[in-house]
Write a protein that binds this ligand. Structure first.
Ligand code: FE
Ligand code: FE
Length: 288
């Protein structure tokens, strides 16, 4: 069965929905998001809702383990970081003309925002690459298995996850082993032991995990885990090391959400700086 083409309008609607749930004015890296899930109508809301309905139904423990095996690094070729950015950018080809921001532009705007604030080079590099796992879409994966909020599988779903009512259709809720608070995990076991719903965060983490500082890897692996970094659900699965490292996940989040502007970055002018930065950390090619 083939999947429908990547839907950029849906991606745009999903990002608008994130900003609705987590407005910039509410950002408090040390506290809980205030007034999250405010209820006002917004175009695209129904497509986002439908997206999460399918996502929550199909992201089961078995599905996640299967995707991790299918997308182990090296199973989908070797490419440089820049080649992957260009590959990801082909997602815009069927674009709706209203969706002007290409994938490379989002990556560069995120990185440039981090760079302007004087953060270390690995933080800037993380901004540049953080969404490269979305190349999953170009390997035929459906959008609900690539983007969207992530959440643990193999244990009870938190009602702090967006649209928790749709977990009612997830078959794992009928499996006693997966439906207790800790499920297959133990108290404070650490997130490294926990399987999150499958998507671009975990895939990219697996590809780059040998090359970046741990802080960067936390940002990449957990940037869509809003239930943890913005809602503070799932603290019972985290250990003290996770809690300390989540400082960096929270530091990264505003650059991801709030650096979009209408002035597109000049890709060719910025490329030499970023190619040099990539070369400081990565080999010429990576296993994808
Ligand atoms: Fe992302
Ligand atoms: Fe992003």
């Amino acid at each position: 069965m083939s999947n429908p083409p990547y839907d950029l309008a849906l991606e745009e609607a999903w990002e608008q929905d994130l900003k609705r749930r987590y407005p910039e004015t509410d950002y408090d890296p040390n506290g809980k998001a205030k007034e999250a899930f405010r209820n006002y109508d917004e175009p695209g809301r129904d497509t986002v809702r439908e997206f999460y309905r399918i996502n929550h139904e199909h992201q089961t423990y078995a599905f996640v383990l299967g995707k991790k095996a299918e997308f182990r690094p090296g199973a989908h070729g070797r490419r440089s970081i820049w080649e992957s950015m260009e590959f990801l950018n082909t997602l815009v080809d069927d674009s709706d003309p209203d969706t002007e921001m290409s994938q490379i532009q989002h990556l560069l705007q995120t990185a440039e925002g981090i760079r302007k604030d004087g953060h270390p080079d690995w933080f800037i590099l993380t901004g540049l690459i953080h969404d490269l796992g979305k190349v999953l879409c170009l390997h035929g994966e459906p959008q609900w298995a690539v983007v969207g909020d992530t959440f643990p599988v193999g244990c009870a779903f938190s009602d702090k996850v967006v649209y928790p009512e749709y977990f009612a259709a997830n078959p794992d809720i009928h499996c006693p082993e997966y439906s207790t608070e800790y499920g297959v995990y133990g108290p404070g076991c650490g997130l490294d032991q926990v399987h999150l719903s499958w998507g671009h965060d975990e895939y990219l983490f697996q590809v780059v995990k040998d090359f970046l500082p741990e802080e960067a890897l936390y940002m990449i692996r957990y940037h869509s885990f809003y239930a943890a970094h913005r809602e503070r659900a799932y603290d019972h699965l985290m250990n003290d090391h996770d809690r300390a490292q989540f400082h960096w996940v929270r530091a990264f989040n505003p650059y991801d959400l709030y650096t979009k502007s209408d002035a597109p970055p000049n890709v060719e002018a910025l490329r030499p700086y970023y190619e040099e930065l990539i070369g400081r950390y990565f080999p010429a090619e990576l296993d994808w």
